[in-house]
Design a protein around this ligand. Structure first.
Ligand code: BGC
Length: 910
């Protein structure tokens, strides 16, 4: 007998204030019964007043993921509770009803909004603005049954009722393409109201709306000249009356202790200017000024599709250094994103300054890579004599180190912690293996996902960018979708991508979404970056099985393909464009010219265009757009022919003799004959050996090279590349103490100094996309069909690894694949969730075994011992000169020191 989990609505982790009127339901059945499958289900929906509003009765179906909403469509604010039971297993018995899950619709139409945006600002900002405090008092005149607060803003906000913070979201409402889509959130504030006088208050900062955005100094007020708050508090009394308190001209505003709070530059807080009780009823607000009302937003007001950004953990100080110049620097031992929380006592007016950086250079904070982001917070003490606690509110930084300046009295590291923030997604993927350096690499991938999933998928979290660069997530999406349930978050971001794309006359996909770039960056049409319109929805569909993601994005996918095809058409089938970013950050590219790759950028553009054409054709097929599917397939065939004519010799050599060129040709099926494929495979293997197994790929080739090698039987070479520690390689940064994935293969040079390139981040996930291969091939766990109803387990031991394991929380439950080599025996351990079938292909066997739910262990003789590098079976050809200086030394593993060479030794560890 199984146990059914509480159903989930759409992809929501939290279902208060959702935007879907007919949310699909998913549930899992937990059972140990081998081979368990669901035979039937029953969904019952209870309305807000306790009546059954829908009951499917018994439905004979194995479906349990994204099952259609059985009831009448929800109207705005409507609540419903769903329960599920299922029949299944060998005896076909029914389970008990699942625990209930409650959903509540948000404000589904514009007419539901009575609030109007109100602003404290008269003039567009010409410098950073103080954070505004806004408030309004109101009366509650009876027992309250429920109360909801719907809020959004131009700028970032936090709300309070009667002195208590509402919710725990950080940097609300996050960053969407504000001109098109403005996200609001719903909070249950029933418990915060009291009979009699009440007050609703909000802090309003600049955030992405009016704050400085972009490099080279950036620009302020990209979205408009005024910050504004849009808030609607709806109170339902026990006697059925309703009362709405909304932002309107009756609100007042003033300023308080936050003298400025900017995403890049940080915050200035003067505690002497705190206004005690400012959001309490009865607060004296005679010196406050009236707000100004603005017109209702032209943008669509959208409910969230993902959880908000939250504080997810705190990290204590691991070590304290005194730098060569005598400054105090704390080290958190890992590169994180968030801000510091300090507890301090001292005299009134005393200033503590907190400066952040990801690495040290010459023992001092390396702040050059931050470019124009000051990343500095200052706190002026109130001086009450008691402990004062401070954490910045509307900023965040990417840092491992922080310089603490002006600490009153003796510095106590226990009084400082790093508060880590990110979108509060659910973890779904895990990986481990026998090589601690590879485990660390995987941990670094995870850490860079954490650092860059801050409401939207960003390139980096520290310098004057932090933008939704499309190319970065285009290559990282499959990895992300294994590790976290990000269909809701990335699905929402894709709506922004489409909105931006369709607002452009040529339907091109901006390089960054939300798009804030100025010409000429704003104008180009860039392969791989633009292909995000296809690659990201496809990755989400593969991970979730949600065809609606494809349906929603299909116009965007098709429009991008049409644009690429038109570009190719003018070049006789070949997309020729001098401005492409191409195989961005090929390690051979000089520090100041990251696009100067070994691989011809036109080849990269054309290869991705063919790949996109294939995927869009498949999407059209799935969506039953037969004519489109046919058209896209024909386009793909024409583009393949043109690619072959332009870039492939009859023998199978490519015009760019590079790892990336062969990788793309093999991965995307761009070689027409078996002979060509053979030649390309041999050439790729040769190039990999000739480079001494070091990486020679950038954004385009890196995610695919290991798969390309495995697809032509070169597993050992893929493993060998993975194991390489010299620069450039995946493990080189690990040997240098990295705790996140770096932007460049050599963001830190082998001598421990920071790469002189202007663009040098230590927290960029794109090159970590190899983790997708670790999951699928090294551990051997992959979906055999979108959504994981069938899984594919093909573990491939290799290199010097003696065990590897991956787990994924599929929509049906947890799937695992692990293997262990012991002497001449290989043990493979597979876990198949209920309702799922697995295709298992063991090494050395041509047969595919099929298994149902349960644990399955296989033990087979395996006489290929883990092999060190030199036994690879091919003569090692001399290495090309290293692309980034001298070969890396092998410092102690980061697990023991965690510090790059050249860094000061700690003199104090907390
Ligand atoms: C970003 C990259 C991005 C690239 C493209 C960089 O500044 O950090 O990750 O994709 O620009 O131009």
């Amino acid at each position: 007998m199984g146990r059914v989990t509480a159903p989930v609505f759409e992809h929501h982790r939290e279902a208060l204030g959702i935007g879907e009127a007919a949310p699909r339901l998913s549930w899992r059945t937990e059972t140990d019964e081998p081979d368990w499958t669901q035979l039937a289900y029953q969904v019952r929906v209870i309305g807000g007043d306790g009546d059954v509003v829908a009951d499917t009765g018994r439905v004979d179906s194995p479906d349990c993921v994204l099952v259609d909403w059985p009831g009448p469509a929800l109207t705005s604010r409507q609540r419903a509770t769903a329960r599920v039971r299922v029949w299944g297993g060998s005896d076909g018995a029914a389970t008990d009803w699942s625990p209930p899950a409650t959903v509540e619709a948000g404000l589904l139409t514009r007419a539901d909004w009575h609030a109007r945006p109100v602003t404290p600002d008269r003039e567009p900002p010409d410098g950073p603005l103080p954070v505004a405090l806004l408030r309004r008092a109101f009366t509650v005149d009876g027992p309250v049954r429920s109360a909801r607060l719907y809020t959004t803003s131009y700028g970032v906000h936090e709300t309070e009722i009667n002195g208590t913070r509402v919710g725990d979201d950080v940097l609300a409402p996050g960053w969407t393409s504000y001109h098109h889509r403005l996200r609001y959130r719903t909070h249950d504030v029933t418990g915060l109201l009291r009979r009699g006088e009440n007050a609703l208050g909000a802090l309003l900062g600049e955030g992405w709306y009016t704050g400085r955005l972009g490099w080279d100094g950036g620009r302020r007020a990209r979205y408009g000249p005024h910050r504004a708050l849009l808030a609607q508090l709806e109170i339902r009394y026990a006697d059925g009356r309703t009362h709405t308190v909304a932002t309107d001209p009756d609100w007042h505003w003033t300023t308080g202790p936050l003298l400025r709070s900017e995403l890049y530059d940080g915050e200035e807080y003067d505690a002497r200017r705190e206004r005690d009780g400012w959001s309490n009823p009865g607060h004296e607000d005679r010196d406050w000024q009236p707000v100004q009302e603005l017109p209702f937003p032209a943008a669509e007001l959208v409910a969230p599709t993902a959880p908000p950004v939250r504080r997810v953990r705190t990290v204590p100080v691991r070590a304290v250094h005194t730098t060569p110049s005598g400054r105090t620097v704390v080290d958190f031992g890992e590169n994180v994103v968030g801000r510091l929380r300090i507890r301090v006592t001292g005299p009134a007016g005393h200033t503590v300054t907190l400066r952040h950086a990801e690495v040290l250079d010459g023992g001092e904070l390396a702040r050059r890579p931050l470019r124009d982001a000051a990343a500095t917070d200052t706190y002026v003490l109130r001086g009450t004599g008691s402990l004062e606690t401070y954490e910045p509110r509307f900023t965040c930084h990417g840092f491992r180190y922080a310089e603490i300046d002006g600490w009153p009295g003796e510095f106590d590291p226990a009084c400082v912690a790093a508060v880590v923030i990110r979108t509060d997604l659910r973890r779904t993927g895990w990986f481990r293996c026998s090589d601690p350096l590879v485990d660390r690499l995987h941990g670094n991938v995870l850490a860079s996902l954490h650092g860059n999933f801050l409401d939207l998928p960003t390139d980096c979290p520290q310098r004057d960018e932090r933008l939704g660069w499309t190319g970065d997530i285009a290559v990282f999406a499959p990895t992300a979708a294994f590790l976290y349930d990000c269909t809701g978050m990335l699905g929402g971001w894709l709506r922004d991508l489409a909105a931006e794309q369709f607002a452009r006359p040529d339907r091109s996909v901006p390089l960054v979404v939300p798009d804030i770039l100025d010409p000429p960056m704003a104008d180009g049409v860039h392969a791989l970056w633009g292909d995000a319109a296809v690659l990201v929805p496809w990755a989400l569909y593969r991970a979730s099985g949600d065809i609606e993601v494809l349906r929603a994005q299909y116009p965007s996918m098709a429009a991008w393909l049409a644009l690429g095809a038109a570009r190719a058409e003018t070049g006789g089938g070949v997309w020729r464009d001098p401005g492409q970013l191409g195989d961005w950050l090929d390690p051979a590219a000089p520090p100041d010219d990251p696009a100067a790759a070994r691989t011809d950028a036109d080849l990269v553009a054309c290869a991705f265009l063919v790949h996109s054409a294939d995927l869009v054709a498949e999407a059209a097929e799935l969506l039953d757009e037969k004519d489109d599917a046919h058209r896209h397939r024909e386009l793909a065939a024409r583009l393949r022919t043109a690619f072959a004519a332009e870039f492939v010799t009859p023998a199978g050599r490519l015009s760019s003799d590079s790892q990336t060129a062969y990788t793309l040709a093999l991965s995307f099926g761009l070689l027409t004959t078996a002979d060509q494929r053979h030649t390309a495979a041999r050439r790729l293997a040769h190039l990999v050996r000739r480079s001494g197994f070091r990486i020679a790929t950038g954004f385009a080739g890196t995610p695919l090279i290991c798969d390309a090698l495995c697809s032509v039987g070169e597993h050992r070479l893929a493993h060998r590349m993975l194991a390489e520690r010299h620069c450039p390689s995946w493990l080189y940064p690990v040997t240098m103490g990295a705790t996140t994935i770096w932007e460049r293969w050599d963001s830190l040079l082998p001598d421990g100094t920071v790469n002189p390139g202007q663009m040098t981040s230590f927290n960029h996930y794109a090159l970590g996309s190899v983790a997708d291969w670790l999951h699928r091939t090294v551990a051997g766990l992959a979906p055999a069909e979108p959504g994981w109803r069938r899984i594919r387990v093909v573990p491939r031991p290799g290199g010097t690894l003696t065990h590897a394991w991956a787990a994924h929380l599929t929509p049906y439950g947890r799937a695992e694949s692990g293997w262990r080599l012991d002497g001449g025996t290989l043990t493979v351990d597979v876990r198949v969730p209920p309702g799922v079938r697995a295709e298992i292909a063991l090494p050395g066997s041509d047969t595919t075994l099929e298994r149902g739910a349960g644990r399955h262990e296989f033990t087979i003789p395996y006489d290929v011992p883990p092999r060190p590098v030199t036994e690879i079976g091919h003569p090692l050809v001399p290495r090309e000169p290293c692309d980034c200086g001298t070969a890396a030394p092998m410092p102690p593993t980061p697990a023991t020191t965690g510090r790059p060479p050249g860094e000061p030794q700690p003199h104090h560890a907390s």
